[in-house]
Design a protein around this ligand. Sequence first.
Ligand code: NAD
Length: 422
Amino acid sequence: MPNAFANAMKQFSTAAQYLEIKPEIMEKLKTPKRALQFAVPVKMDNGSMKTFEGYRVQYNDARGPFKGGLRFYPTADLNEVKALAFWMTIKCATVGIPFGGGKGGVKVDPKKLSTKELERLTRSYVDALQEHIGPYKDVPAPDLYTNPQVMAWIMDEYSKIKGYNEPAVVTGKPVEIGGSLGRDTATAQGAFYILSELVKKLKINPQKSRVIVQGFGNAGYHFARLAKAAGYRIIGLSDSQGGIIAGQGVSFDPESIMKIKKDKGELHGYYCVGSVCDKVDYKQVSNGKLLEQDCDILVPAALESQITGKNAGRIKAKIVLEVANGPTTPEADVKLNKKGIVVAPDVLVNAGGVTVSYFEWVQNLQRFYWTEPEVFSRLQSIMVKSFNEIWQVAQSKKIDLRTAAFVLAIDRVSKAMAVRGY
Ligand code: NAD
């Protein structure tokens, strides 16, 4: 996404107007502390050698070790990873957890690799980065097209290099090797807590609300499942192949759709296979058109820059709940705000993932593990407290929720930088 970092900097300068920050701190916040680009060589199954481009951006560690996901995606690039690392800095500060911000990526289409090739790619990435990561330096986690298995390979490779088990080097691991209970659904659960608070403030009745979710991966699927269980009507879903929109009066059941997707490999074109089809009326739409359908709550949960200056005028939702990172461009933000559409910002909405990652890291360091209800009750209190703090800033300064979150977060980061004498 070519403009991701420019967009992040626009959001930063919008929020900075409401703060008194020393110019030298402002200047430092505009550049990552470290941006690494490196070769990730992989021996392919046919014996040939292929080199992929790897990145890790360590943006700011004033409040704690760098923290942020690792994505395997064909269009990943340094600019995008830089933006995501900046947003992680803001996100950790927004919810007040003691981490800075980082992000990693490899420019690769993981769908074209065998499992063994994917494992070798992951291990090669860790070998290249080993000096720069660690429980007190930089702690990666899952993101687009990486999962607990990839995190397990990261933990294993790093532990082999060190000569001892180091689960706290990465979060989002399988529970068998120190993953936290609840981590797999944490992002969606956190987003759901935020939506629940927001609809109370806006006096919107969940039972009468129609929801569209773009993206049917870890974040999007679990969110749709939780929303359905709470009585919201799920009227639109999509994955990378395209979307489906429910006919009049129909609410999709994300769990049965996921079963079909797992069987058939994709959602688009396969929804109407087997018994579910007999009961459900739907039509196929492109990912672009999906966003423009009539609904109450639009949930982008796939990629950056989905709502832009071009299509923002056609968005019909009352709420945009940003489960994905950076789905709304600054131009779109202005248009949505003018139309009175409430945008619940990514740095708050999807912060449940990094919050439970923080819990995982704490549990790993203590070698003492919590129950799932303990995890979710701590998650809920952090999400609800953060939502109320941001709501308060937005009301008192008469600004939108994104700017309010940035104001709160930049204030925390810049104070940490100042007190450390940066
Ligand atoms: P994932 O890999 O599990 O799923 C991604 C989903 O997006 C898949 O359903 C895929 O088919 C779909 N997709 C891919 N390209 C698309 C396109 N062009 N149009 C529409 N859909 C497309 O990833 P995820 O972990 O669910 O992450 C989704 C978003 O949420 C990303 O922006 C990620 O940064 C953000 N996020 C995830 C977490 C987490 O814990 N998983 C935490 C914070 C933020």
